[in-house]
Design a protein around this ligand. Structure first.
Ligand SMILES: [Zn+2]
Length: 378
């Protein structure tokens, strides 16, 4: 009996660590379906927001696009999705041509709103009007997909009535909410690198690459574990990246790191065909990843977001590993609950339960006026 069980465990382990290949990664003849049940595969699609994005630390906008396209091609990634803010495209600035180049390389386009306004800052009607302006630019273009991604992943925060109105408006326009399940706050690393460059500080390129890859792969694995707990299967995951210089510089290393970790890169089309992207979790507040919302709805215990989306944690890692500076001071220990007001005590308890500070726990300002949540630049 125990020998049989050992055999089964070994078989399960073997199936888990066997090289995984999918239609995007390699020809089908290398991937007999019998070898690897699809249910166990870690599948991931790459998506890039805020297109066209402002310059980063390394390249001109043209160089960035050229390098990102080449990097994806060389890594064998057939299709990523780029979420566009047409309000950032000016006549004659080359942005439309750069977007067309992505499409010519096989990638597809979604709607990230015209102006990248946060839903919490405006009415549902004004927000949908901004969506319409973006659709007016996007619809009918080659590579267009009827996918909408909320700026900052903000679906109205606690305003559930507004969330409902906007979701209904998007459905009336036949737009799918193109959620993300994985977030490693890549945009923040881009900003730290740009800040360092502008301050004239040397950047350790190898260390930055390693931190970028490690962080994004860990964020993917965080969501993989969370979703297996929440829905009992590994869905096709969608990672939130941005059209950054870091992506252009390290995309090959990132894809390699993901594959070494057992991930199969799938197309955005394939990932968004997973039924979880049609879920609308019934949660009191929604301004994060879809995986967080689903796990919250299911009552999953523990942190619902990857720890490095805490900007304080991410900033300290960058300082220590890329700038070779002493890490920032550790987060102060919470005060004993007995010393706090009743409201503060409730927030501390809430934060402790969630594993870190979260806006869900109230407006307790832990950081220096800066949102810690990953969605703010999404
Ligand atoms: Zn964005």
């Amino acid at each position: 009996m125990s020998a049989l069980r050992s055999l089964l465990v070994l078989a399960a382990l073997a199936s888990f660590v066997l090289p995984i290949r999918g239609p995007v990664d390699a020809p089908r003849h290398q991937a007999p379906k019998a070898v690897r049940p699809p249910v166990a595969a870690k599948r991931i699609a790459l998506t890039f927001d805020d297109v066209p994005r402002a310059p980063g630390a390394f390249y001109t906008k043209e160089e960035r696009t050229t390098r990102l396209i080449a990097g994806l091609r060389d890594a064998g990634v057939a299709q990523v999705a780029l979420f566009v803010n047409p309000g950032r495209i000016a006549a004659g600035d080359g942005a439309a041509e750069r977007i067309a180049a992505y499409v010519a390389a096989g990638h597809v386009l979604g709607d990230h709103s015209f102006s990248h306004h946060d839903l919490s800052s405006m009415s549902a009607d004004a927000f949908l009007a901004d969506v319409d302006k973006a659709e007016a630019w996007l619809k009918g273009r080659p590579g267009y997909r009827p996918w909408f991604r909320f700026p900052g992943l903000n679906q109205g925060g606690r305003d559930q009535a507004k969330r409902r109105m906007v979701h209904d408006g998007l459905a009336a326009r036949q737009l799918m909410v193109a959620g993300v399940t994985i977030d490693g706050s890549d945009w923040y690393m881009e900003r730290l690198a740009l800040d360092a460059r502008q301050a004239g500080k040397p950047i350790d390129d190898d260390a930055l690459r390693d931190l970028y890859v490690e962080t994004m792969v860990q964020s993917a694995d965080f969501s993989d574990a969370l979703m297996r707990k929440a829905i009992g299967r590994p869905p096709a995951q969608v990672i939130l990246l941005h059209e950054t210089d870091l992506a252009a510089r390290y995309i090959g290393a990132l894809v390699d790191g993901l594959r070494r970790d057992g991930w199969v890169i799938v197309t955005a089309d394939a990932a968004f065909a997973d039924p979880i992207y049609h879920r609308e979790p019934n949660v009191p507040s929604d301004n994060g990843t879809l995986s967080e919302a689903i796990a919250w709805e299911k009552g999953i215990a523990g942190p619902l977001w990857y720890e490095r989306t805490d900007l304080k944690v991410a900033g300290a890692l960058f300082e220590a590993r890329v700038m070779h500076q002493p890490a920032l001071a550790a987060m102060p220990a919470p005060k004993p609950v007995a010393l706090l007001s009743r409201a503060s005590a409730r927030r501390w308890k809430c934060a402790a339960r969630h594993g870190r500070w979260h806006r869900r726990c109230g407006e307790f300002a832990f950081t220096t006026g800066q949102s810690m949540h990953s969605g703010i630049a999404s």
